[in-house]
Design a protein around this ligand. Structure first.
Ligand SMILES: [Zn+2]
Length: 118
């Protein structure tokens, strides 16, 4: 992949990273428990708390993927599939700059045929 393209994708990764970091900061999970809430109120609060937790879990995971992608750029390994080590299509990287796998391996992964290393 040429350097200009990598730079462009790096910019995307950094922008996305910023966005997620901001979002995660905005997720204030502290709930004011000073009043005694009625059970319905409590249920609603717990529900939204769980939703928020799920959201931040997704986002933390994506943040990790972005950080990994940025590391791969530093190591000159960016754009290579983490499973078969073939180059990932630039089109795919433009859509998902933090992609770890080529389309083939992504499919294998989704079918549970390869293990994703965490
Ligand atoms: Zn692959």
């Amino acid at each position: 992949m040429n350097k200009t393209k990598i730079k462009e994708l790096k910019k995307k990764l950094l922008a996305e990273r910023e966005l997620i970091t901001e979002k995660l900061k905005g997720n204030d999970l502290s709930i004011d428990d000073s009043e005694t809430p009625d059970p319905v109120d409590l249920a609603v609060r717990n529900y939204s708390k769980n939703v928020m937790l799920a959201v931040s879990e997704n986002e933390s995971r994506q943040l990790k993927l972005i950080d990994e992608a940025l590391l791969r750029i530093e190591d000159d390994e960016y754009g290579l599939c983490q499973n078969c080590e073939k180059a990932i299509l630039v089109k795919r990287l433009e859509a998902i700059p933090w992609a770890r796998y080529c389309l083939d391996c992504q499919e294998l992964l989704e079918r549970g045929l390869i293990d994703e290393d965490e």
